[in-house]
Design a protein around this ligand. Structure first.
Ligand SMILES: Cc1cc2nc3c(=O)[nH]c(=O)nc-3n(C[C@H](O)[C@H](O)[C@H](O)COP(=O)(O)OP(=O)(O)OC[C@H]3O[C@@H](n4cnc5c(N)ncnc54)[C@H](O)[C@@H]3O)c2cc1C
Length: 283
C-alpha cells in the first residue's frame, strides 16, 4: 500500500512547528523518524493532510548533562543513544533497550521522542522511562510543561499530549552510581516487538535491595509501572515481586501468544531482569 497524498512542512524552529500545528489543526501531525507513522499511513490507518517534519529543528537534537539529569532532545535517534558516552556512563539501561529495538535501519531514523510520544504499548522506551522516573517536556501554544512518564500514558495510542503540542525533550534523573539495571525482552524473532518485556533499576545497601523500580512493556494498554512488585523487592523476595508484577498485566491474546502465556512470560522477564540487575549492582 502507498499512503494517501499529504502536504509536507519542514519548520526550522520549535516555535514555527507549534505555530504550523496550531494553524493546520487536527489534520496535521508531527513527523519524526517516520518508522511508526509512515507504516500506519501506508495501511491507511492514519489518513493525514499535513505532516510537520521535525527533522530540521536543531534544538531538538542532542544529549546534555544538566543538574543531575540527562536531557535528551526528542529528535535524538536510537543510534545516537547507542553511540553516546554520556548515556553509557550514567544510564546504560537506555543503551541495553535501544539495542533491542528493531534493526539498525530503524534505529538510524527512529527517535526517542517518537518512541515515547507514539503511545503504542509495544514501544520499548516508555517502560524504561517509567523505571527511570523520566519526565517529558511538552511545548504547545500555551507554553511549556513537564509530564512524568509515569503519568503520560492513558490508553493504547492515547497520551497526555494535546493537539498542537510537541514533545521537545526527555529529562532523565541520573540513577545512583553503582545501580543495577536490566531490560529483558522476549520476542518471536530479531527485530520484533515484545511478546513481553521488563525493565528494572535498583540499588543495594549491605547486600539488601534499597530502592527498586520495575516496568513492563506490551502487557496491557499502556506501559505498566509495577510499583507493588518493586516495593516487595525492597528488603524481601524476588518471588513475591514476580507474582505481584504478573498480577497487574492484562495482555491481549494475539499472534504473540495467548494472554495467560504472555502474563507468565512477563513474570519470566521480570525474574531475569531482577537477577541481572542484582548481579550488576554494587553494594
Ligand atoms: C520493522 C520495525 C520494527 C520495529 N520494532 C520496534 C521495537 O521492537 N520496539 C520499539 O519500541 N519500536 C519498534 N519500532 C518502531 C520504531 O522504534 C519507531 O521509530 C518509533 O516507534 C517511533 O519513532 P519515530 O521517530 O519513527 O516516530 P514517527 O513514526 O515519526 O512518529 C510516531 C508518532 O509519534 C508522533 N511524534 C513523533 N515525534 C513527536 C514529538 N517530538 N512530539 C509529538 N509527537 C511526536 C507522531 O506524530 C506519530 O504519531 C519498529 C518499527 C519498524 C518499522
Amino acid at each position: 500500500m502507498i499512503p494517501g497524498s499529504f502536504n509536507y512542512h519542514s519548520p526550522a524552529t520549535v516555535e514555527e512547528a507549534v505555530g504550523l500545528l496550531a494553524n493546520l489543526g487536527e489534520d496535521a501531525r508531527p513527523l519524526a523518524g517516520g518508522h511508526s507513522l509512515l507504516p500506519m499511513m501506508k495501511l491507511r490507518l492514519a489518513p493525514l493532510e499535513h505532516l510537520v517534519d521535525l527533522g530540521q529543528i536543531a534544538a531538538l537534537k542532542g544529549i546534555n548533562h544538566e543538574d543531575g539529569a540527562l536531557v535528551v532532545g526528542a529528535m535524538t535517534t536510537q543510534a545516537d543513544l547507542l553511540a553516546s558516552d554520556l548515556i553509557a556512563g550514567h544510564c546504560p539501561i537506555i543503551q541495553e533497550t535501544a539495542a533491542q529495538i528493531a534493526d539498525p535501519q530503524v534505529r538510524y531514523l527512529g527517535t526517542l521522542g517518537g518512541n515515547v510520544a507514539n503511545g503504542d504499548p509495544a514501544n520499548d522506551m516508555p517502560a524504561v522511562m517509567q523505571c527511570l522516573d523520566a519526565s517529558y517536556v511538552l511545548t504547545g501554544g500555551g507554553g511549556t510543561r513537564e509530564v512524568k512518564a509515569r503519568d503520560f500514558y492513558e490508553g493504547a495510542f492515547f497520551t497526555k499530549l494535546v493537539d498542537g503540542e510537541i514533545l521537545t525533550a526527555v529529562r532523565i534523573p541520573i540513577p545512583a552510581a553503582g545501580h543495577g539495571y536490566a531490560y529483558e525482552k522476549l520476542k518471536r524473532k530479531i527485530g520484533d516487538y515484545a511478546t513481553a518485556a521488563a525493565g528494572v533499576v535498583l540499588t543495594l545497601s549491605g547486600g539488601t535491595c534499597k530502592t527498586a523500580s520495575i516496568a513492563l512493556t506490551n502487557l496491557g494498554e499502556t506501559p505498566l509501572l509495577a510499583a507493588e512488585a518493586a516495593a516487595a523487592l525492597v528488603g524481601t523476595s524476588v518471588d513475591q515481586a514476580v507474582g505481584l508484577a504478573e498480577g497487574i498485566t492484562a495482555p491481549a491474546s494475539d499472534g504473540r501468544g495467548p494472554a495467560d502465556y504472555r502474563t507468565k512470560m512477563g513474570g519470566v522477564m521480570v525474574r531475569r531482569a531482577l537477577e541481572r540487575a542484582l548481579a550488576r549492582a554494587a553494594g
